[in-house]
Write a protein that binds this ligand. Structure first.
Ligand code: FAD
Length: 318
């Protein structure tokens, strides 16, 4: 079932959903079960599975030569989505990124998803590879999520890349995109960032999921700014509870979000990570309660391998 239809069907009730990462290469489905099963009692409306592009590592070879090798450390997004859907009968949302894909490969991935009966995708640009300072599009691939949304929307109309193909069956994907309450790191300003978000919606996206944030004011301001621009699709808040002291610097560095002073001071007072986790849980519970009160369509948790903490939060709010 399409995510957008789930929101309509819920008619105002806040849904529970979460995101998991594929396990590192070499680990099997048990690790997926460990991530999902503790959260099943809260009846997740859908589960997102992230996509991780290749990374480059240098391997030492004979005579001291270094060989640059591409490795994909967390493969399996499409397979995991299908496995979850068929084992648990829960809708899944594979993340689809521009980086590392030609348009042809993207089309083939969408054909695979279509055959698997997966009718939701989150269309993203992807971050630059670690060895590059900025995003470099793959030759023959997309430079931004907008262009990817256009391709998926075209396929929804039966328009395939091969211009000679006139009678292709239309696909039927519900497209989600990313949004940034505190602005995307590369955007010169919020107004331009919102303009690009609006273009993604106009190109065919039905809803947006936000980057994680710790201060609901950012989310509420963002929703107001979107409404003022005529963006009317559901804007799903992304929630990540803090669980380690190192998150104080890690989160702002990798997700370009700010941490409110009160939360930061509470974390700094903690003596152990287990104390930090308690603080992070309490903070997330309060954040979620306020968001539910405001009538958000879904609370989308970034589990990042911490199902137990998300379970504790879900137990207290749902
Ligand atoms: P875009 O919408 O393409 O925006 C990227 C930048 O370009 C922005 O600064 C924007 O303002 C600008 N821009 C947008 N359109 C245009 C245009 N037409 N012309 C010029 N500039 C433009 N990364 C992964 O690798 N795998 C994942 O699974 C993954 N999941 C994510 C899930 C969520 C909910 C979020 C919020 C992020 C996720 N990311 C993931 C990270 C994401 O790929 C990065 O944040 C990336 O830097 C931007 O992706 P985007 O889709 O927002 O890009």
């Amino acid at each position: 079932m399409k995510i957008i239809d789930k929101f309509k069907q819920a008619s105002g009730k806040t849904l529970f959903s979460f995101e998991i990462l594929p396990p590192p290469k070499g680990r099997g489905f048990e690790s997926i079960q460990e991530a999902i099963e503790p959260l099943l009692e809260f009846d997740p409306a859908y589960i997102n599975v992230t996509y991780h592009r290749e990374e480059y590592v240098y391997k030492k070879r004979e005579k001291g030569y270094l060989e640059k090798v591409a490795v994909r450390k967390r493969p399996g997004t499409v397979g995991i989505c299908a496995a979850i859907k068929f084992k648990y009968n829960i809708d899944t949302v594979p993340h689809l990124i521009c980086g590392g894909f030609t348009k042809e490969e993207t089309e083939n991935a969408l054909i695979d998803l279509s055959f698997l009966g997966i009718d939701n995708v989150l269309a993203l640009r992807g971050d630059p590879v670690k060895t590059e300072t900025h995003f470099v599009p793959t030759e023959g691939g997309h430079a931004n999520a907008l262009s990817l949304v256009h391709q998926i929307s075209n396929l929804n109309k039966g328009i395939y890349l091969d211009e000679d193909m006139k009678d292709g069956d239309p696909m039927d994907f519900c497209i989600g995109v990313a949004a940034y309450p505190e602005k995307h790191a590369e955007s010169p300003n919020m107004a331009l960032d919102l303009q690009y978000l609006k273009m993604k919606i106009e190109a065919g996206a039905s809803y947006a999921v936000t980057q994680l944030f710790f201060d609901n004011t950012h989310y509420f301001n963002f929703v107001r700014q979107c409404q003022a621009m005529g963006i009317e699709v559901p804007l799903i808040p992304g929630i990540k509870p803090i669980s380690r002291r190192s998150h104080l610097t890690f989160m702002p560095k990798f997700f370009h979000c700010t941490i409110p002073e009160t939360l930061a001071l509470e974390i700094l007072r903690c003596k152990t990570d287990s104390e930090v986790e308690q603080v992070g849980t309490e903070w997330a519970v309060e954040q979620c309660r306020e968001l539910i009160k405001a009538g958000v369509p879904s609370l989308h948790f970034y589990t990042m391998g911490r199902s137990a903490q998300v379970k504790e939060i879900a137990r207290r709010i749902f």
